[in-house]
Design a binder for this molecule. Structure first.
Ligand code: SAM
Length: 468
């Protein structure tokens, strides 16, 4: 939008730009077009724009043919856009981006976040958005220059800090260009900059305990001028030994350590356990016929190599809010590494039945024992990796203790989010899970509809429950 258009739109609304909402409107159209071009948007993309304002970027995004969700906190601006941009691919949401449930975006295959962000929300917003797993494939952002320098900083520079490392742990950040205050109306007090933030490949950095790493980084940067040895004493009592082992200057300050050195440090303090490959090799499973009757036993590699029918369990653990826990399989798994999977799952062992396996897997993978309800049994087929699978369901009220040998990370998500994610990006999931989830959801829907059609089932069940 030209400066004269911005002035007249604000006069007509009427709206006097609010500093607390970061209302500095972009009037350089070439720059607006350039920013949108950097995101390489196609008509397959779903673009989320935070703070569309008067639509300076929105119009160029729509020209790319993408669908756009524009989240605007100021009701007058949201209404202005509704009246002035008539495009069925544009959805305008009058809401605070800090309160938006980002997980709903998992229902879209390719999500780009594009924004000229209000300065005051950029850091909390990004830390929330970039939490793992994140549905966002690319962020193209105009930020306060100082913030852009912090996100993209290198070690030993003035801007390098805890925020840099927390963002760069899962993302690559590229500083694209500085933008002078003169391209905005009203002009802000400081310059801005455009950055591109894209997710790292999951195997780009070594495995580590992200929570420990974050706590080390926060401790290390809590007093910038102090030497690291004093700030992380509780984690590393014998600093000289550790520093020499990791080739770190013993008198270093936090800002001197690269991201890889921070990861090395976390892994030295608490080495991540790796699964014992020998155990996997010697494991034996019952081999069954097409009616699930035991024929004999075979090793893991024989079973998988020859597509022999065998048995497995999948357990779906819910919390009291009704969310289901999904785990991302460890990078060291021989099958489907880094794919998202049921809360816990595993093969039925040589001397076990299905129920015993379910309880063992739950304890081994999530560190809990809770009553499990049998939900449904899937027949062995190619899409289940030739496994007969019993699906179980359980409820937890306390914390899970995910086994780091088996699980890269985990997350409770609402069933609706899992439905959206599995249909938008099935390749993110282990195939067995997709089958189990489809069956589970079908079963739940049919139970709900029979309760609606035959409410007496519900009252009978309740009566039985209260008299028991
Ligand atoms: N995109 C427009 C442009 O480039 O001209 C406006 C950018 S202006 C820097 C920031 C916009 O974010 C304003 O429209 C403001 O009302 C909106 N905004 C501020 N806080 C917000 C929040 N928490 N959630 C959503 N929008 C917000």
């Amino acid at each position: 939008m030209k400066l004269s258009d911005i002035r007249s739109a604000l006069r007509d609304l009427p709206l006097s730009p609010a500093k607390r909402l970061g209302q500095n409107f972009l009037h350089d159209q070439n720059l607006a077009r350039w920013i949108v071009d950097q995101a390489q948007i196609t008509s397959d993309d779903y673009v989320v724009e935070i703070g569309p304002g008067l639509g300076a970027l929105t119009r160029f995004i729509l020209q790319k043919g993408a669908r756009v969700l524009a989240i605007e906190k100021d009701a007058r601006l949201a209404n202005f856009l509704r009246m002035h941009i008539d495009d069925e691919r544009l959805e305008i949401l009058h809401a605070d981006a800090l309160k938006f449930d980002w997980r709903s975006l998992f229902a879209h295959r390719q999500v780009t976040l594009l924004a000229n962000l209000p300065y005051n929300i950029s850091s909390p917003l990004l830390l929330r958005l970039l939490e793992q797993p994140s549905p966002i494939s690319l962020c193209l952002l105009m930020l306060q220059k100082e913030m852009a320098m912090r996100f993209s900083a290198s070690p030993s520079s003035h801007d390098y800090g805890a925020l840099t490392l927390l963002v760069q742990l899962h993302h690559r950040v590229k500083y694209l260009r500085t933008v002078p205050a003169t391209v905005f109306f009203p002009q802000p007090d400081v310059d801005s900059a455009v950055v591109r933030i894209s997710p790292r490949d999951s195997l780009e950095l070594p495995a580590r305990d992200d929570e420990l790493l974050a706590s080390l980084v926060r401790g290390g940067f809590s007093q910038r001028r102090k030497q690291l040895r004093k700030l992380i004493r509780t984690h590393v009592p014998d600093w000289n030994k550790v520093a020499s082992h990791l080739h770190i200057n013993p008198n270093a300050r936090a800002e001197e350590l690269s991201l890889l050195q921070w990861i090395d440090l976390a892994n030295f303090i608490a080495p991540l356990p790796r699964p014992d490959a020998r155990l996997t090799k010697t494991e034996r499973f019952p081999v069954v016929d097409k009616k699930d009757r035991i024929l004999g036993h075979a090793s893991r590699s024989e079973v998988h190599g020859n597509n022999l029918f065998h048995r497995a369990v999948h357990i779906l653990i819910f919390n009291e809010a009704g969310d289901v826990y999904l785990q991302q399989r460890s990078r060291w798994k021989d099958r489907h590494p880094l794919k998202w999977d049921s809360s816990a799952a595993g093969h039925v062992g040589a001397e076990e039945n299905y129920d015993e396996t379910a309880q063992r897997e739950l304890k081994e993978e999530l560190g809990v024992s809770v009553p499990l309800q049998k939900i449904s049994k899937l027949p062995a087929a190619q899409r289940t990796d030739h496994e007969f699978i019993w699906i179980y369901r359980g409820l937890v009220s306390g914390n899970l203790v995910p086994n780091k040998c088996e699980i890269e990370r985990g997350k409770f998500l609402s069933p609706a989010v899992v439905d959206g994610w599995t249909s938008a990006r099935p390749e993110d999931f282990a195939p067995g899970f997709l089958e189990c989830w489809k069956t589970y959801r079908r079963k739940m829907r049919s139970e709900c509809s029979s309760l609606i059609q035959h409410p007496q089932i519900f009252s009978e069940a309740n009566d039985a429950g209260s008299s028991a």
